[in-house]
Write a protein that binds this ligand. Structure first.
Ligand SMILES: NC(=O)C1=CN([C@@H]2O[C@H](COP(=O)(O)OP(=O)(O)OC[C@H]3O[C@@H](n4cnc5c(N)ncnc54)[C@H](OP(=O)(O)O)[C@@H]3O)[C@@H](O)[C@H]2O)C=CC1
Ligand SMILES: CC(=O)N[C@@H](CCC(=O)OP(=O)(O)O)C(=O)O
Length: 345
Protein backbone atom coordinates (compact mmCIF):
# COMPACT_ATOMS: atom_id res chain seq x y z
CA UNK A 1 0.00 0.00 0.00
CA UNK A 2 1.20 3.54 -0.82
CA UNK A 3 1.02 5.96 2.09
CA UNK A 4 1.22 9.76 2.29
CA UNK A 5 1.95 11.66 5.49
CA UNK A 6 1.16 15.37 5.58
CA UNK A 7 2.85 17.07 8.55
CA UNK A 8 5.64 14.49 8.65
CA UNK A 9 8.00 16.89 10.42
CA UNK A 10 5.66 17.09 13.41
CA UNK A 11 5.49 14.68 16.33
CA UNK A 12 2.40 12.87 15.05
CA UNK A 13 3.91 12.48 11.57
CA UNK A 14 7.23 11.21 12.93
CA UNK A 15 5.45 8.67 15.10
CA UNK A 16 3.45 7.49 12.09
CA UNK A 17 6.69 7.01 10.19
CA UNK A 18 8.29 5.07 13.07
CA UNK A 19 5.32 2.71 13.26
CA UNK A 20 4.65 2.36 9.53
CA UNK A 21 8.28 1.37 9.00
CA UNK A 22 7.38 -1.90 10.77
CA UNK A 23 4.10 -2.46 8.94
CA UNK A 24 4.27 -5.40 6.52
CA UNK A 25 1.60 -4.07 4.13
CA UNK A 26 3.22 -0.64 3.64
CA UNK A 27 5.64 -0.50 0.73
CA UNK A 28 5.96 3.15 -0.11
CA UNK A 29 5.70 6.35 1.95
CA UNK A 30 5.58 9.93 0.66
CA UNK A 31 6.21 12.73 3.14
CA UNK A 32 4.72 16.18 2.60
CA UNK A 33 5.67 19.51 4.12
CA UNK A 34 4.56 23.12 3.97
CA UNK A 35 7.97 24.50 4.96
CA UNK A 36 10.83 22.02 4.39
CA UNK A 37 10.66 21.10 0.73
CA UNK A 38 13.65 18.96 -0.33
CA UNK A 39 14.90 18.33 3.21
CA UNK A 40 15.56 14.70 4.16
CA UNK A 41 13.50 13.56 7.15
CA UNK A 42 16.59 12.46 9.07
CA UNK A 43 17.85 16.04 9.09
CA UNK A 44 14.90 16.84 11.32
CA UNK A 45 14.75 13.45 13.04
CA UNK A 46 18.10 11.63 13.11
CA UNK A 47 16.40 8.74 14.97
CA UNK A 48 14.54 7.99 11.70
CA UNK A 49 17.76 7.65 9.70
CA UNK A 50 17.27 4.07 8.59
CA UNK A 51 13.59 4.51 7.80
CA UNK A 52 13.02 4.47 4.03
CA UNK A 53 14.76 7.05 1.86
CA UNK A 54 12.44 9.91 2.55
CA UNK A 55 12.87 13.42 1.27
CA UNK A 56 10.09 15.85 2.09
CA UNK A 57 8.11 17.15 -0.84
CA UNK A 58 5.83 20.18 -0.94
CA UNK A 59 2.28 19.44 0.06
CA UNK A 60 -0.47 19.87 -2.45
CA UNK A 61 -3.67 17.88 -2.34
CA UNK A 62 -3.48 16.64 -5.93
CA UNK A 63 -0.04 15.04 -5.62
CA UNK A 64 -0.72 13.63 -2.17
CA UNK A 65 -4.01 12.11 -3.30
CA UNK A 66 -2.67 10.63 -6.53
CA UNK A 67 0.67 9.33 -5.20
CA UNK A 68 -0.94 7.47 -2.29
CA UNK A 69 -3.76 5.05 -1.53
CA UNK A 70 -4.15 6.49 1.94
CA UNK A 71 -3.09 9.89 3.28
CA UNK A 72 -2.60 10.64 6.97
CA UNK A 73 -3.14 14.29 7.83
CA UNK A 74 -1.00 15.04 10.90
CA UNK A 75 -1.49 18.77 10.66
CA UNK A 76 -2.71 21.67 12.83
CA UNK A 77 -6.41 22.64 12.88
CA UNK A 78 -7.66 24.06 9.59
CA UNK A 79 -5.44 22.11 7.15
CA UNK A 80 -7.58 19.02 6.74
CA UNK A 81 -10.76 21.10 6.86
CA UNK A 82 -9.45 22.77 3.72
CA UNK A 83 -7.78 19.86 1.92
CA UNK A 84 -9.47 16.54 2.78
CA UNK A 85 -12.03 16.68 -0.02
CA UNK A 86 -9.36 17.55 -2.63
CA UNK A 87 -7.16 14.63 -1.49
CA UNK A 88 -10.19 12.35 -1.79
CA UNK A 89 -10.97 13.63 -5.28
CA UNK A 90 -7.37 12.90 -6.32
CA UNK A 91 -7.90 9.28 -5.33
CA UNK A 92 -6.74 8.57 -1.77
CA UNK A 93 -8.59 7.75 1.43
CA UNK A 94 -7.87 10.05 4.36
CA UNK A 95 -7.19 9.53 8.06
CA UNK A 96 -7.17 12.89 9.80
CA UNK A 97 -5.33 13.13 13.11
CA UNK A 98 -6.51 16.67 13.79
CA UNK A 99 -9.80 17.68 15.33
CA UNK A 100 -11.19 19.22 12.12
CA UNK A 101 -13.68 16.50 11.25
CA UNK A 102 -14.63 15.07 14.62
CA UNK A 103 -17.51 17.32 15.66
CA UNK A 104 -20.65 16.68 13.67
CA UNK A 105 -22.19 20.10 14.33
CA UNK A 106 -20.21 22.81 12.46
CA UNK A 107 -21.43 25.48 14.92
CA UNK A 108 -20.06 23.50 17.86
CA UNK A 109 -16.72 23.20 16.02
CA UNK A 110 -16.56 26.95 15.36
CA UNK A 111 -17.48 27.77 18.95
CA UNK A 112 -14.78 25.55 20.53
CA UNK A 113 -12.01 25.78 17.89
CA UNK A 114 -12.61 29.50 17.20
CA UNK A 115 -12.27 29.01 13.44
CA UNK A 116 -14.55 28.13 10.52
CA UNK A 117 -15.46 24.46 10.26
CA UNK A 118 -14.90 22.12 7.32
CA UNK A 119 -17.69 21.76 4.75
CA UNK A 120 -20.72 19.96 6.14
CA UNK A 121 -20.40 17.25 3.46
CA UNK A 122 -16.82 16.37 4.50
CA UNK A 123 -17.79 16.25 8.16
CA UNK A 124 -20.75 14.06 7.27
CA UNK A 125 -18.53 11.58 5.40
CA UNK A 126 -15.97 11.34 8.20
CA UNK A 127 -16.28 8.31 10.47
CA UNK A 128 -15.16 8.78 14.08
CA UNK A 129 -12.24 6.38 14.42
CA UNK A 130 -12.58 5.14 17.98
CA UNK A 131 -11.36 1.73 16.83
CA UNK A 132 -12.81 -0.44 19.58
CA UNK A 133 -16.32 0.94 19.30
CA UNK A 134 -16.80 1.92 15.67
CA UNK A 135 -15.28 -0.97 13.79
CA UNK A 136 -18.13 -1.61 11.38
CA UNK A 137 -18.33 1.98 10.14
CA UNK A 138 -14.52 2.27 9.99
CA UNK A 139 -14.34 -0.79 7.72
CA UNK A 140 -16.21 0.96 4.92
CA UNK A 141 -15.03 4.53 5.53
CA UNK A 142 -13.13 6.71 3.07
CA UNK A 143 -12.46 9.44 5.61
CA UNK A 144 -11.60 8.78 9.24
CA UNK A 145 -11.51 11.43 11.93
CA UNK A 146 -9.06 10.00 14.39
CA UNK A 147 -10.14 10.71 17.98
CA UNK A 148 -8.33 13.23 20.16
CA UNK A 149 -5.82 11.92 22.67
CA UNK A 150 -7.84 12.82 25.78
CA UNK A 151 -11.15 11.57 24.32
CA UNK A 152 -9.51 8.23 23.48
CA UNK A 153 -8.47 7.64 27.10
CA UNK A 154 -11.73 9.00 28.52
CA UNK A 155 -14.15 7.26 26.16
CA UNK A 156 -12.48 3.85 26.44
CA UNK A 157 -12.61 4.24 30.23
CA UNK A 158 -16.28 5.26 30.38
CA UNK A 159 -17.83 3.24 27.53
CA UNK A 160 -18.90 0.11 29.42
CA UNK A 161 -20.67 2.16 32.12
CA UNK A 162 -22.32 4.77 29.91
CA UNK A 163 -23.50 2.23 27.35
CA UNK A 164 -25.07 0.09 30.07
CA UNK A 165 -26.71 3.17 31.61
CA UNK A 166 -25.44 2.60 35.14
CA UNK A 167 -24.17 6.15 35.72
CA UNK A 168 -25.89 9.24 37.11
CA UNK A 169 -25.33 11.18 33.91
CA UNK A 170 -24.87 14.55 35.65
CA UNK A 171 -22.17 13.28 37.97
CA UNK A 172 -19.26 12.71 35.57
CA UNK A 173 -16.03 14.56 36.44
CA UNK A 174 -12.90 13.95 34.36
CA UNK A 175 -9.55 14.98 35.75
CA UNK A 176 -6.94 14.41 33.04
CA UNK A 177 -3.17 14.83 32.83
CA UNK A 178 -0.94 14.84 29.78
CA UNK A 179 2.73 14.97 28.88
CA UNK A 180 4.15 17.83 26.83
CA UNK A 181 4.40 16.03 23.46
CA UNK A 182 0.62 16.52 23.20
CA UNK A 183 1.25 20.15 22.37
CA UNK A 184 3.20 19.23 19.21
CA UNK A 185 6.74 20.10 18.15
CA UNK A 186 6.05 23.74 17.44
CA UNK A 187 4.77 24.50 20.95
CA UNK A 188 7.11 26.93 22.64
CA UNK A 189 6.53 28.76 25.92
CA UNK A 190 3.88 26.49 27.37
CA UNK A 191 6.04 23.40 27.23
CA UNK A 192 9.43 25.12 27.56
CA UNK A 193 11.66 23.13 29.96
CA UNK A 194 11.83 26.01 32.46
CA UNK A 195 8.06 26.29 32.44
CA UNK A 196 7.37 22.60 32.83
CA UNK A 197 10.20 21.08 34.84
CA UNK A 198 9.17 20.62 38.48
CA UNK A 199 5.83 22.14 37.61
CA UNK A 200 2.23 20.96 37.24
CA UNK A 201 -0.34 23.11 35.48
CA UNK A 202 -4.06 23.08 34.89
CA UNK A 203 -4.99 24.67 31.55
CA UNK A 204 -8.00 25.59 29.42
CA UNK A 205 -10.30 25.15 32.41
CA UNK A 206 -13.84 24.46 31.18
CA UNK A 207 -12.83 25.53 27.66
CA UNK A 208 -10.82 22.61 26.25
CA UNK A 209 -11.86 21.59 22.71
CA UNK A 210 -12.02 17.92 23.66
CA UNK A 211 -15.01 18.59 25.94
CA UNK A 212 -17.63 18.61 23.12
CA UNK A 213 -15.90 15.64 21.45
CA UNK A 214 -16.29 13.57 24.62
CA UNK A 215 -19.88 14.75 25.12
CA UNK A 216 -20.79 13.97 21.50
CA UNK A 217 -19.74 10.32 21.77
CA UNK A 218 -21.17 9.79 25.26
CA UNK A 219 -24.55 11.03 24.09
CA UNK A 220 -24.46 8.70 21.07
CA UNK A 221 -24.05 5.85 23.56
CA UNK A 222 -26.61 7.18 26.03
CA UNK A 223 -29.18 9.81 25.13
CA UNK A 224 -29.48 10.86 28.80
CA UNK A 225 -25.94 12.20 28.81
CA UNK A 226 -25.57 15.94 29.18
CA UNK A 227 -22.61 18.18 29.89
CA UNK A 228 -19.55 16.79 31.60
CA UNK A 229 -16.77 18.45 33.56
CA UNK A 230 -13.38 17.91 31.89
CA UNK A 231 -10.21 19.54 33.21
CA UNK A 232 -6.82 18.92 31.53
CA UNK A 233 -3.44 19.29 33.26
CA UNK A 234 0.14 19.38 32.01
CA UNK A 235 2.69 17.32 33.92
CA UNK A 236 6.47 17.27 33.48
CA UNK A 237 6.78 14.18 31.33
CA UNK A 238 6.98 13.77 27.56
CA UNK A 239 4.49 11.04 26.70
CA UNK A 240 1.39 9.75 28.38
CA UNK A 241 -2.13 10.61 29.44
CA UNK A 242 -3.89 9.62 32.62
CA UNK A 243 -7.62 10.33 32.84
CA UNK A 244 -9.06 9.89 36.32
CA UNK A 245 -12.84 9.85 36.21
CA UNK A 246 -15.22 10.20 39.13
CA UNK A 247 -18.86 9.21 38.84
CA UNK A 248 -21.91 8.25 40.81
CA UNK A 249 -23.75 5.07 39.88
CA UNK A 250 -27.50 5.24 39.39
CA UNK A 251 -28.05 1.72 40.66
CA UNK A 252 -26.60 -0.66 43.22
CA UNK A 253 -23.86 -2.78 41.66
CA UNK A 254 -21.25 -5.01 43.26
CA UNK A 255 -17.58 -4.59 42.44
CA UNK A 256 -17.78 -7.91 40.59
CA UNK A 257 -20.71 -6.71 38.45
CA UNK A 258 -18.81 -3.56 37.53
CA UNK A 259 -15.74 -5.59 36.60
CA UNK A 260 -17.95 -7.87 34.48
CA UNK A 261 -19.12 -4.87 32.41
CA UNK A 262 -15.49 -4.13 31.53
CA UNK A 263 -14.63 -7.76 30.85
CA UNK A 264 -17.61 -8.15 28.52
CA UNK A 265 -16.76 -4.93 26.70
CA UNK A 266 -13.06 -5.57 26.23
CA UNK A 267 -12.38 -9.31 26.39
CA UNK A 268 -11.92 -9.51 22.62
CA UNK A 269 -10.31 -6.08 22.21
CA UNK A 270 -6.55 -6.65 22.05
CA UNK A 271 -5.47 -3.12 22.90
CA UNK A 272 -7.65 -2.49 25.96
CA UNK A 273 -6.48 -4.11 29.17
CA UNK A 274 -9.02 -3.69 31.96
CA UNK A 275 -7.90 -4.67 35.44
CA UNK A 276 -10.31 -5.94 38.05
CA UNK A 277 -7.96 -6.50 40.97
CA UNK A 278 -7.87 -3.00 42.45
CA UNK A 279 -4.62 -2.32 40.68
CA UNK A 280 -4.17 0.98 38.87
CA UNK A 281 -2.25 1.60 35.67
CA UNK A 282 0.60 4.09 35.36
CA UNK A 283 1.46 5.91 32.14
CA UNK A 284 4.81 4.10 31.89
CA UNK A 285 2.96 0.79 31.65
CA UNK A 286 1.68 1.78 28.17
CA UNK A 287 4.66 3.91 27.07
CA UNK A 288 5.39 3.61 23.34
CA UNK A 289 2.53 1.13 22.84
CA UNK A 290 -1.00 1.09 21.47
CA UNK A 291 -2.52 -0.12 24.75
CA UNK A 292 -5.12 1.57 26.87
CA UNK A 293 -4.96 0.26 30.45
CA UNK A 294 -7.90 0.78 32.79
CA UNK A 295 -8.27 0.37 36.56
CA UNK A 296 -11.25 1.04 38.80
CA UNK A 297 -12.36 1.27 42.41
CA UNK A 298 -15.82 1.54 43.94
CA UNK A 299 -16.00 3.41 47.25
CA UNK A 300 -18.95 2.08 49.21
CA UNK A 301 -18.71 4.98 51.67
CA UNK A 302 -19.47 7.58 49.01
CA UNK A 303 -21.14 5.43 46.37
CA UNK A 304 -18.63 6.85 43.93
CA UNK A 305 -16.71 4.97 41.28
CA UNK A 306 -13.19 6.03 40.27
CA UNK A 307 -12.00 4.91 36.83
CA UNK A 308 -8.40 5.43 35.73
CA UNK A 309 -7.48 5.15 32.05
CA UNK A 310 -3.97 5.57 30.63
CA UNK A 311 -2.61 5.73 27.07
CA UNK A 312 0.48 6.93 25.27
CA UNK A 313 -0.85 10.10 23.58
CA UNK A 314 1.48 9.67 20.58
CA UNK A 315 0.45 6.05 19.94
CA UNK A 316 -3.08 5.06 21.04
CA UNK A 317 -3.88 8.79 21.25
CA UNK A 318 -2.68 9.52 17.69
CA UNK A 319 -0.47 7.52 15.28
CA UNK A 320 -1.15 4.04 16.71
CA UNK A 321 -4.92 4.34 16.66
CA UNK A 322 -4.68 5.85 13.17
CA UNK A 323 -2.80 2.75 11.99
CA UNK A 324 -5.27 0.49 13.82
CA UNK A 325 -7.98 2.24 11.78
CA UNK A 326 -5.99 1.78 8.57
CA UNK A 327 -5.81 -1.95 9.39
CA UNK A 328 -9.56 -2.17 9.96
CA UNK A 329 -10.32 -0.23 6.75
CA UNK A 330 -8.22 -2.70 4.78
CA UNK A 331 -9.52 -5.88 6.41
CA UNK A 332 -6.14 -6.62 8.01
CA UNK A 333 -5.73 -7.87 11.56
CA UNK A 334 -6.08 -4.70 13.65
CA UNK A 335 -2.83 -5.55 15.47
CA UNK A 336 -0.74 -5.51 12.28
CA UNK A 337 2.36 -3.38 12.83
CA UNK A 338 1.23 -2.55 16.37
CA UNK A 339 1.72 -5.79 18.21
CA UNK A 340 4.51 -4.81 20.59
CA UNK A 341 4.79 -4.40 24.33
CA UNK A 342 5.38 -1.03 26.03
CA UNK A 343 8.89 0.29 26.63
CA UNK A 344 9.76 -0.03 30.33
CA UNK A 345 11.20 1.46 32.47
N1 LIG B 1 0.80 15.28 19.66
C1 LIG B 1 -0.21 14.56 20.08
O1 LIG B 1 -0.15 13.86 21.11
C2 LIG B 1 -1.48 14.51 19.30
C3 LIG B 1 -1.73 15.36 18.24
N2 LIG B 1 -2.93 15.30 17.58
C4 LIG B 1 -3.23 16.21 16.50
O2 LIG B 1 -2.48 15.83 15.35
C5 LIG B 1 -2.11 16.98 14.59
C6 LIG B 1 -0.59 17.04 14.48
O3 LIG B 1 -0.07 17.17 15.80
P1 LIG B 1 1.48 17.22 16.12
O4 LIG B 1 2.19 16.32 15.21
O5 LIG B 1 1.61 17.06 17.57
O6 LIG B 1 1.80 18.73 15.72
P2 LIG B 1 3.20 19.36 15.29
O7 LIG B 1 3.07 20.82 15.52
O8 LIG B 1 4.31 18.63 15.94
O9 LIG B 1 3.26 19.06 13.71
C7 LIG B 1 2.35 19.56 12.79
C8 LIG B 1 3.01 19.60 11.42
O10 LIG B 1 2.06 20.09 10.47
C9 LIG B 1 2.78 20.70 9.39
N3 LIG B 1 1.99 21.83 8.86
C10 LIG B 1 1.75 23.03 9.46
N4 LIG B 1 0.99 23.81 8.66
C11 LIG B 1 0.75 23.09 7.54
C12 LIG B 1 0.02 23.36 6.33
N5 LIG B 1 -0.62 24.52 6.16
N6 LIG B 1 -0.02 22.40 5.37
C13 LIG B 1 0.61 21.23 5.56
N7 LIG B 1 1.31 20.92 6.67
C14 LIG B 1 1.39 21.84 7.65
C15 LIG B 1 4.10 21.16 9.97
O11 LIG B 1 5.13 20.61 9.19
P3 LIG B 1 5.81 21.42 7.98
O12 LIG B 1 6.27 22.72 8.54
O13 LIG B 1 6.91 20.51 7.57
O14 LIG B 1 4.73 21.56 6.96
C16 LIG B 1 4.19 20.53 11.34
O15 LIG B 1 5.40 19.83 11.54
C17 LIG B 1 -2.69 18.18 15.33
O16 LIG B 1 -3.93 18.53 14.80
C18 LIG B 1 -2.82 17.66 16.76
O17 LIG B 1 -3.74 18.37 17.49
C19 LIG B 1 -3.85 14.37 17.89
C20 LIG B 1 -3.66 13.50 18.92
C21 LIG B 1 -2.48 13.55 19.75
C1 LIG C 1 -0.28 19.51 26.02
C2 LIG C 1 -1.30 19.88 24.98
O1 LIG C 1 -1.40 21.03 24.59
N1 LIG C 1 -2.04 18.90 24.51
C3 LIG C 1 -3.00 19.10 23.48
C4 LIG C 1 -3.53 17.75 23.15
C5 LIG C 1 -4.70 17.78 22.26
C6 LIG C 1 -4.43 17.61 20.80
O2 LIG C 1 -3.43 17.13 20.36
O3 LIG C 1 -5.43 18.07 20.06
P1 LIG C 1 -6.26 17.35 18.91
O4 LIG C 1 -5.95 15.91 18.89
O5 LIG C 1 -7.68 17.54 19.28
O6 LIG C 1 -5.97 18.07 17.67
C7 LIG C 1 -4.12 20.03 23.94
O7 LIG C 1 -4.50 20.01 25.11
O8 LIG C 1 -4.68 20.74 23.07
Amino acid sequence: MRIGIVGATGYGGAELLRLLNNHPEVKNIHLYTSSKDGVHIDETYPHLKTVYDNTLQPFNSKDAGSQSDLVFMATPPGVSAEHTQEVREAGAKVIDLSGDLRLKDPDVYSAWYKRPSAQAETIHQAVYGLSEWNEEAIRSASIISNPGCYPTAVLLGLAPLIQQDVVDTRSVIIDAKTGTSGAGRSATMVTHFSEMNENFKIYQVNTHKHTPEIEQQLSIWNSNMGAITFQPHLVPMVRGIMATMYLQLNKQLTVEQIADLYNEAYDNKPFVRARNNHSFPATKEVYGSNYCDIGLSYDERTGRLTVVSVIDNMVKGAAGQAIQNMNIMNGWDEKTGLNFTPVYP
